[in-house]
Design a protein around this ligand. Structure first.
Ligand code: CUO
Length: 682
């Protein structure tokens, strides 16, 4: 309940059934102490549920309280990250859940709502005594960060006019509402503005915070191969974006290499933050970046500084070592190099030397997010690039992350090519693969589909009850892989099946050069199979992908009116919200069909496996999100076998193959008919 209606006072009716927090008077803010009793009596009559809050001495919260509630909170701003780190530490160190409840209730009306939501989520995710808690998704608390602000107004109106929630009409979120056809980037609306895509990104950063305060549990940041996963997950975002661009006859995104050049692509988000009822500021076409100096946020970064950091990062990559704060050399080797670079470039608290290598990626977000008001002259908050829940909406996100990825690729380029023995699996042959969807072989179909979302938990108005928004998203018909593997070894083996896909032709229609194609390989799935001697046939469903989470989990609706709350799915913890949305598993393709190379490799699981206790119920999107409190479940480098430059003799995908690999050409056709929900009648 603490997550519901985040900008309303904590003593208000929670959950819509008269539940109130019964708390010590001293917990109330000065403003509310006079009115709270009246409100409580009004909403919570006899027999209505009350939640008793223990009276404890509240720890000093003045640091996180120093961010005003009506300002903007951004994880890319260091001082904000520090406040979040401080609050996370307070929340995680409290001795019991009761104490946590007390401090959370106290903090809720005093701390910035998004900061509060973030810190409490991270704490609940990491405290041993709050595991398995069912938490609402971020979009439910802050729908304004995902939805056209015009729709929010309509929802408000509808809720006033139609008192019975069951009769309320869903409000339709228009498609292509942020720009017209004059903007070529508009063609990517369904990817950039997809609610599931943006939620995945928010969740990923929630699971992988960049820092905690010095005294806090280091494990919150120090997760296994965290820097490498930063590189890999974002690399895959770019790969997927480029496949969508190609589907739309557009060239791959160009990295924002030249920080002095203007950014051609503007972005006008048309969203309210709901927190301060402020609109997210837009960025005009051809905006030039300039040094940011905003003392109130303790934000200062210059373009020259960025260039220096980038030079030093490149120098470290070419010298094969970084220099830590004790002036010691840490080698950038084949195993750990990418992880160190990930931490250093992001940058997070594990960076070996922030003084030397700076805060390159985060500050890039900051420079872009404040390019409309770098000195706070107009008192404007950050644009969408300043928040992990909204940054993927902006075309420039991809240009920025393409630049970041180029730096990582520079490191990968220097590593030796995989040798045949690094790739092959003796006596194991993949003899055939086939993809099947609705009886069709090697042909997939995508289309657009409408779905409804209940936004009521984040709407701060009475009367309460469900309010629905109807949105349109890409979808595909589910499919199945059929894979035949021969085991000639005479003994049982275990294989790790790795499935990737990349476009077959480039934007000029020519067969893709393998050197480029490997960088467009999107991971589709990874799973273990048992291989008894002889011929083995496997089928695997696209819905089981290790990259994605099901649609219902992306948008999990905890509203008990719609059932589902007690299903096993709903009982899983917050970690489960991280995962690429399954409705975006494959790119759109083209109306006339678009060719892709689907690649399957079976590697020797004995070499790849990571021995660790069994995973909990929420490990099914490990490829991009890892597994909660566990090691990344694959010893190979992320992106293997395509993460390194292939040996010189492999100039085509076919030449790259060893007998434990196989490819098949598949066609993705986009069907332009929209799968609509029943028309709105009332
Ligand atoms: Cu996820 Cu730049 O890190 O947005």
């Amino acid at each position: 309940l603490l997550f519901d209606h985040p900008t309303e006072p904590v003593f208000m009716d929670k959950g819509g059934n008269g539940t109130v927090f019964e708390m010590p008077d001293s917990f109330l803010t000065e403003r509310y102490s006079r009115v709270s009793k009246n409100v409580q009596t009004r909403v919570s009559g006899e027999g209505k549920p009350k939640i008793f809050v223990k009276d404890i001495t509240i720890p000093d919260l003045s640091f996180p309280e120093s961010l005003k509630r009506n300002q903007s909170f951004s994880l890319f701003v260091k001082s904000h990250r520090q406040m979040a780190g401080y609050l996370i530490e307070v929340f995680t160190k409290l001795p019991s859940v009761d104490d946590l409840l007390s401090v959370a209730v106290y903090a809720r009306d005093r701390v910035h709502p998004v900061l509060f939501h973030y810190a409490l989520s991270v704490a609940l995710l990491h405290r041993p005594d709050t595991q398995g808690l069912d938490l609402p998704s971020f979009w439910q608390a802050f729908p304004g960060r995902f939805v056209d602000s015009a729709v929010m107004q309509e929802l408000r109106e509808e809720s006033f006019v139609v008192q019975s929630p069951g009769d309320r009409r869903p409000m339709v979120i228009p498609t292509k509402y942020t720009s017209s056809d004059l903007d070529p980037e508009q063609r990517m609306w369904y990817f950039r503005e997809d609610i599931g895509v943006n939620l995945h990104h928010w969740h990923w950063h929630l699971v992988y915070p960049t820092e905690t305060s010095p005294g806090a549990d280091r494990r919150i940041v120090e997760k296994d191969r965290r820097g490498e996963l930063f590189y890999y997950m974002h690399q895959q975002l770019i790969v997927r974006y480029n496949a969508e661009r190609l589907s739309n006859y557009m060239a791959s995104v160009q990295p924002l290499n030249n920080l002095d050049e203007t950014i051609a692509e503007g972005y006008f988000p048309k969203m309210d933050s709901l927190v301060a009822s402020r609109a997210y500021p837009p960025r005009s076409d051809n905006t030039r970046l300039s040094d940011v100096n905003r003392p109130t946020e303790r934000l200062r970064v210059g373009i020259d500084e960025m260039k220096r950091w980038r030079e030093r990062i490149y120098q470290a990559i070419h010298q094969r070592f970084v220099i830590d704060t004790n002036n010691k050399r840490i080698p950038l080797d084949e195993v750990n190099g990418i992880d160190i670079l990930g931490n250093m470039i992001e940058a997070n608290a594990l960076s070996p030397n922030q003084m030397l290598y700076g805060n390159f990626h985060n500050m890039g977000h900051v420079l872009i997010a404040f390019s409309h008001d770098p000195t706070n002259k107009h008192l404007e908050p950050a644009g969408v690039m300043g928040y992990v829940s909204t940054s993927m909406r902006d075309p420039v996100f991809y240009k920025w992350h393409a630049l970041i990825d180029d730096i990582f690729q520079e490191h990968k380029k220097i590593l030796p090519a995989y040798k045949a023995e690094d790739l092959s699996f003796r006596d194991i042959d993949v003899s055939s693969i086939q993809v099947e969807s609705r009886g069709q072989k090697n042909r997939l179909t995508t289309y657009f589909k409408e779905s409804d979302l209940d936004l009521s938990r984040g709407m701060d108005f009475q009367p309460r009850g469900n309010v629905y928004a109807r949105f349109t998203h890409l979808q595909h018909h589910p499919f199945q892989y059929n894979i035949v593997v021969n085991n000639f070894s005479g003994v049982q083996r275990y294989g790790y099946v790795r499935i990737f896909m990349a476009p077959k032709f480039d934007d000029t229609g020519l067969p893709m050069v393998f050197a480029n194609q490997r960088l467009m390989m999107m991971e589709l799935d990874k799973f273990v199979v048992m291989l008894p001697p002889g011929q083995n046939t496997f089928t695997r469903n696209s819905t089981d992908s290790s990259v994605t989470i099901p649609f219902e989990r992306t948008f999990r609706n905890l509203d008990s009116n719609r059932g589902a709350r007690n299903s096993p799915e709903e009982q899983e913890n917050y970690f489960c919200g991280c995962g690429w949305p399954n409705h975006m598993l494959v790119p759109m393709g083209r109306a006339e069909g678009m060719s892709f190379d689907l690649f399957v490799m079976v590697s020797n699981y004995e070499n790849d496996r990571v021995d660790q206790p069994r995973m909990d119920g929420c490990s099914d999107a490990a490829s991009y999100c890892g597994i909660r409190d566990r090691l990344y479940p694959d010893r190979k480098a992320m992106g293997y076998p395509f993460d390194r430059v292939p040996r010189a003799t492999a100039t085509t995908l076919n030449q790259f193959l060893t007998s434990n690999m196989q490819t098949v050409e598949i066609t993705i056709t986009h069907d332009s008919t929209i799968d609509r929900l029943p028309a709105l009648t009332n």
